[in-house]
Design a protein around this ligand. Structure first.
Ligand SMILES: *Cc1c(COP(=O)(O)O)cnc(C)c1O
Length: 389
């Protein structure tokens, strides 16, 4: 069978592949410590499940508007106004099948052949693939520990060409856990406005931040940057709703209408009764978010201390999300060799940094229980020691 050329352009998701291998080993009865998960390990809060259950019982099981239930679009707009200081109404918002779907549809609505999209590396692995599927050209800007893995305004400016359409900004960042400061975001916003490009701000980890880090939405920094901003987010990470497939995109009405048309011919509306769970997530108590954040904070501390006690590997200072991005360059192994060997010899699953455009790193997720973290770090310590001796 001759497949479309675009399929050959993209690489399958490596994070999903490793997580699947670790799961299969577990099913075989092998004692695997998995740090590969890109999802919270908590159950969805009970009041959110109850709201969806109630909607199901009430017969909210039919087709709805492709852009989402009006009540949910309103709840999202209200949240963006009150918490993020973004002047959006319901018509500026579309409900999608997850943050991933938001970004994919945005690329379809915006990117034409020849358009360049600037993506700082390390990046979330789906960004470049989505750009390619839409026919655009990902322009990767490498960052490193010297700037805490943050793109600088000078780097952004020099990556911009006449073909640049969009800059993909992700703070808190997956995979590095890095959170940009308000001053740093302001400086990037100035370049975006000056060069008149668009920015999509992926804010899916906005609620999962630590210490004195503060989340601000780049679009809240003035009228000019607001006009050039698109916000992508979802319910998966903050509310532990990964399997629900619920996200949203917010931006200019013209763009949201275009995305709505695309959804109207592809997925149609997101599962109707699931959307009622999302309404409850935003409108009821936010205590569940804080409880999960505190659990992550504790695990992060333990994992960070354990990593820092292992000679030969080092870690960026993470202030958000639930990942540590660990530099393994001193082991002399590629990230794929490191992760394969770690899984084979110590039954510890991690994600190779090459998936995120950084082959001298691995990503460890601490969205797992403390006992697994302790056990897994013992094993990692042993593994690194064996590589360096
Ligand atoms: C998890 C994630 C998303 C979206 O996840 P969905 O499950 O599709 O909502 C988007 N961006 C980043 C950086 C993520 O880690």
């Amino acid at each position: 069978m001759k497949l479309a050329a675009r399929v050959g352009e993209v690489t399958p998701s490596l994070t999903l592949a490793i997580a699947a291998k670790a799961k299969a080993m577990k099913l075989d009865g092998i004692d695997v410590c998995s740090f590969s998960a890109g999802e919270p390990d908590f159950d969805t809060p009970a009041h959110i499940k109850a709201a969806a259950q109630k909607a199901l019982d009430e017969g909210k099981t039919k087709y709805g508007p492709a852009a989402g239930e009006p009540k949910l679009r309103q709840a999202i707009a209200r949240k963006l106004q009150n918490e993020n200081h973004l002047d959006y109404n319901a018509e500026n918002v579309i409900v999608t099948n997850g943050g991933k779907h938001s970004l994919f549809n945005l690329m379809l609505a915006l990117i034409e052949p020849g358009d360049e999209v600037i993506i700082p590396a390390p990046y979330w692995l789906s960004y470049p693939e989505m750009v390619k599927l839409a026919g655009g050209k990902p322009v990767i800007v490498q960052t490193d520990a010297a700037t805490e893995y943050k793109i600088t305004p000078a780097q952004l400016r020099s990556a911009i060409t006449a073909n640049t359409k969009l800059f993909v900004f992700n703070s808190p960042c997956n995979p590095t856990g890095v959170v940009y400061t308000p001053t740093e975001i302001q400086a990037l916003a100035e370049v975006i406005v000056e060069q008149d490009i668009l920015v999509v701000s992926d804010e899916i980890y906005e609620k999962i931040i630590y210490d004195d880090a503060k989340h601000i939405s780049i679009g809240s920094l003035g009228k000019e940057i607001f006009a050039r901003t698109i916000v992508s987010s979802g319910f998966a990470k903050a509310y532990s709703m990964t399997g629900w497939r619920l996200g949203y995109l917010a931006g200019a009405v013209e763009l949201i209408k275009a995305v709505s048309t695309i959804q109207g011919h592809s997925t149609s509306n997101v599962c109707t009764f699931a959307q009622y769970g999302a309404i409850a997530a935003f409108e009821d108590s936010q205590d569940c978010v804080e409880q999960m954040r505190l659990a992550f904070a504790e695990r992060r501390q333990v994992m960070l201390e354990r990593i820092r006690a292992i000679p030969g590997i080092s870690c960026a200072p993470p202030n958000g999300a639930f990942y540590l991005f660990v530099n393994i360059s001193k082991t002399g192994l590629s990230s794929l060799e490191f992760c394969d060997s770690l899984l084979e010899t110590q039954q510890v699953a991690a994600v190779p940094g090459i998936a995120f455009g950084a082959d001298d790193h691995i990503r460890l997720s601490y969205a797992t229980d403390m006992a697994s973290i302790e056990k897994g770090m013992d094993r990692l310590h042993k593994f690194v020691q064996s590589q360096l001796s």
